[in-house]
Design a protein around this ligand. Structure first.
Ligand code: PEP
Length: 253
């Protein structure tokens, strides 16, 4: 059985005190769910405090980004070597980094390779813009992003060591969720592409305006193995309802 992952990307939200309170609420509401992995990705500044807050709980911790070198003159960047001391996951390739900060496909690949090499588990985000979709280029854009992400990896990645998050850019923070059919189609395509190109079968998450109201129908799709949740992850009740939907509603693999 595929164990789904529900990861909350808090983005640049909450003070440290607010983050501790949110983590506490998530911890209490989520409890110890069976057969689902849960992670929260707070700002870097919160990681050590949240490690203590979440110790002994089922909630895992991750970072929203990571650099591609382990140390050196890279002002402002954060090394996988230090992240691995405090958390288990790192997100790379989020569309806000690709589009607002100009992060290239190649940079995402270097980050993935470096983070994997340190033992961090990695969420690799890919997804097309609205223009790409309208031009019928969804699969080719996702394939290009995947191929670039995998190019610098030295060793065959362990499929438990990473997940792909399919996040159509037009659905992120817009309230415009992809339909379950659209999300399923691309998640299935991602798995097929990685089987053929990289001989690996990771989980595929969907991300883009996931809420408690639409999570169950997304999770009912065969190739959607969880969610990367932005806005709704800042509301503990709603995030825990999404986790419950994942725990209860996965189809047989
Ligand atoms: C995200 O930031 O990864 C995301 C999916 O955001 P939202 O859920 O707010 O659309």
């Amino acid at each position: 059985m595929t164990v789904p992952l529900v990861a909350g990307n808090w983005k640049m939200n909450t003070t440290v005190a607010e983050g501790i309170a949110l983590a506490r609420s998530v911890r209490e509401l989520v409890g110890s769910p069976r057969d689902v992995e849960v992670a929260v990705l707070p700002p870097f500044t919160h990681l050590w405090a949240l490690r203590d807050e979440l110790a002994g709980s089922a909630i895992q911790l991750g970072a929203q980004d990571v650099f591609w070198e382990l140390a050196g003159a890279y002002t402002g960047e954060v090394s996988a070597a230090t992240l691995v001391e405090v958390c288990g996951w790192a997100l790379v390739g989020h569309s806000e980094r690709r589009h607002l900060l100009g992060e290239s496909d190649e940079a995402v690949g270097r980050k993935f390779a470096c983070a994997s090499a340190t033992g961090l588990r990695v969420i690799v985000a890919v997804g097309e813009t609205e223009e790409d979709r309208d031009a019928g280029a969804t699969f080719s854009v996702v394939d290009r992003q995947l191929d670039a992400a995998f190019a610098p990896l030295i060793a065959q990645p362990d499929p438990d060591g990473f997940v792909i998050a399919y996040e159509p850019v037009w659905a992120i923070g817009t309230g415009r969720t992809a339909t379950p059919e659209q999300a399923q189609e691309v998640c299935a395509h991602i798995k097929q592409h990685l089987r053929e190109r990289a001989n690996t079968s990771p989980r595929a998450l969907y991300g883009g305006s996931v809420t408690a109201a639409n999570a169950a129908e997304l999770f009912a799709e065969r190739d959607i193995d969880g969610a990367l949740v932005g806005g709704a992850s800042l509301r503990a009740e709603e995030f825990s309802a999404i986790v419950r939907a994942a725990a209860g509603g996965m189809p047989e693999a």
